[in-house]
Design a protein. Sequence first.
Length: 255
Amino acid sequence: MIDANLLLLIARKINRDKIGITTDLPFHGADIWNHYEISWLNDKGKPLAAMAEIIYPCDSPNLIESKSMKLYFNSFNNTKITDVLTLQEIIQTDLSNRVGANVSVTIKNLTDEMIYAALQGECLDNLDITCSVYARDKSFLKTHNVVVEEVVYSNLLKSNCPVTGQPDWGSVQIAYKGRKINHEGLLRYIVSYRDCTDFGEQCVERIFIDILTTCQPDELTVYGRYTRRGGIDINSLRATKNVKYQIENKRLCRQ
């Protein structure tokens, strides 16, 4: 039996208070969830399987804890549902009601071609740096006295889930316009999340706020894509410009 009460809500305000976001949001954006383990029964009792793309805005009052999302989707496993459109509408209604905002849900056929993508920009990971700090340290963020517009990324983002304690492995892309950020310091800063205990969405918001307040770029976009746990990957985008749904959801090779 489908049970929306299985969805555990987490108020975004709780984590945002910790990073000093107490009034209007300093960013736009959305969270993209890809769920790879969806199954239900048709009218004849035959199991069907699919994927789901779930997108909801960063200004929703709540987010959903990922393990509870898996439990919710498990409640579909032995439920007869007439067609995919009905399934999609049920999920969309339940999730929208829980997070307190309009949620976009798209059910995807498993026979559709999946194309891996790569983050754009200059990869920081080949920099030959020494690392010894694995607790978030924004003092690594330094700028040069030259204005640039550039995109950089790293696949070395790692933090720990505050609910399960399990590692969350991610990649982060940073696009900005303003004083050039020192690349070695930026990579050390990203690495300093390694032992932090935060949800992926919160890590992306922390990175955004730290760069915005410390480096003071004219424009900034931070895009984090995390590998899947429990059949779900979570990807968050935060930007100074309103790009709420102008996001290309292409999974990386680790996803």
